[in-house]
Design a protein around this ligand. Structure first.
Ligand code: GAL
Length: 415
């Protein structure tokens, strides 16, 4: 993901004024949701808003985790063509709000009691200096292991609880002649896999000390070194065609029984439901993370218009309504951002995610995703993602070298 900083620091006030844009009837929504499940979830919102007279225009930019979308958003804003709404997540929302680009949603938030109905983590994430500046969509859990149900059954084993079990199961899948672990060699996918290993080996407090607090000792620790070694070992479970493979192509491999497992966020479930193949896979936590929740919270921001824009307010109000939250989450594989959900309405994976989220939130042990922009702003996140990606291409690199490089590169950004 490229840093927005380089682009936005050069924006002068005059450019900003040009950038303010009237959406003139059309309600453009820039996002990176292009897979079957993602599209279906967005279509659901689109349909609800169209019924209310909003002329929704999709501006999709391919690339999981927003790898391409952020660059396009920057260009559009600088060219004075800001969309009415854009997918923007994590601490980056604060950067855009600081520059004054975003519409505030305080009135809707007050009317709908957002501070009472949203999970506290969500409520904090969408505020800037006490004002609401983003619309929450849903919460994803990243530390999921997806396994082909039939293939697992054929091994006579149950879902792996620890890494020994995991590697033995992988061996069995290899003996069945299928790919043990489906994966795509993209920077964000590699970071997604790696962060689950850091959580697994170190637990949530260690995870936070690395990816949130940037604690040098934690990055240089044996635990972090072990996570890198485990990550390198994962490469041996993959096939030779990982380059250019999207996350949903990996999901298809597991669903079709050509691969045994995939480690990926629960947007996989959105895909299964779009394909009508929910029963093909089982969801289980990544080994040794059963009690934890590594999260990504999807949000959209609304770009300021010269006049108050009622479509934007309607969009925010619709998105947080109970029926929208339930319908959207079901299609997206996410769980609702509201804390007042009847959990009997959720499927077993979603129920587990929802309850774990609340439990970890209460104990302050939630793990914000690095790969999905929850932990750091873009500049710092990029350093980790690039180093992790490079190491995965050259897994023979001594792990101590990778650790030292991360620390060295982060140093100038820590002040
Ligand atoms: C994440 C996003 C998810 C999912 C995924 C893959 O960053 O939070 O909603 O769509 O990317 O595209």
């Amino acid at each position: 993901m490229t840093s927005i900083r380089t682009g936005i620091t050069v924006i002068t006030l005059s450019v900003y004024l040009v950038a303010v844009h009237i959406h003139a009837g059309k309600f453009e929504v820039l996002h990176w949701w292009t897979s079957a499940g993602e599209t279906r979830a967005l279509d659901f919102i689109h349909a609800q808003l169209s019924q209310q007279g909003i002329d929704w225009q999709n501006l999709p930019v391919t690339g999981g985790a927003g790898e391409g979308a952020m660059a396009v958003l920057k260009t559009r804003v600088l060219a004075g063509k800001s969309p009415a709404a854009a997918q923007l997540i994590g601490p980056d929302v604060q950067d855009w709000a600081t520059l004054g680009f975003l519409t505030t949603l305080d009135e809707i938030a007050l009317q709908q009691h957002w501070s009472a109905i949203l999970h506290p983590t969500v409520d904090t994430l969408i505020q800037h200096q006490g004002h609401y500046v983003a619309v929450p969509f849903g919460i994803h859990r990243i530390n999921w292991l997806w396994i082909n149900r039939t293939k697992l059954k054929q091994t006579g084993r149950s879902a792996p609880q620890n890494w020994d079990d995991f590697f033995s199961l992988a061996d069995e899948f290899r003996q069945q002649g299928i790919i043990p672990l489906a994966h795509g060699n993209e920077p964000w996918q590699n970071a997604t896999l790696f962060e689950t290993l850091v959580l697994s080996l170190g637990g949530p407090r260690f995870y936070r000390s690395v990816f949130v607090e940037l604690d040098e000792q934690a990055i240089l620790s044996d635990t972090f070194a072990d996570a890198l070694r485990l990550f390198a070992r994962m490469r041996s479970l993959m096939d030779d065609d990982i380059n250019g493979r999207s996350w949903h192509q990996s999901t298809a491999l597991v669903t079709d029984g050509k691969a045994g497992m995939q480690i990926m966020g629960d947007w996989v479930k959105g895909e299964l439901s779009a394909w009508g193949k929910e029963d093909k896979l089982i969801c289980t936590a990544v080994p040794d993370t059963r009690n934890f929740h590594l999260y990504s919270i999807d949000t959209m921001v609304l770009f300021q218009q010269p006049q108050p824009d009622k479509d934007q307010q309607l969009f925010a109000a619709t998105m947080t309504a109970m029926n929208t939250q339930l319908g959207y989450s079901l299609r997206k594989g996410a769980v609702p951002v509201r804390n007042d959900i009847d959990v009997t309405l959720l499927d077993p994976c979603a129920k587990d995610s929802y309850l774990r989220f609340m439990e970890n939130e209460m104990h302050q042990t939630l793990a914000p995703s690095l790969a999905h922009s929850m932990a750091l702003n873009a500049e710092r996140e990029d350093i980790f993602i690039q180093k992790i990606h490079r190491f995965f291409q050259q897994p023979d690199t001594p792990v101590e070298q990778v650790q030292a490089e991360i620390v060295r590169n982060l140093k100038p950004l820590k002040q």
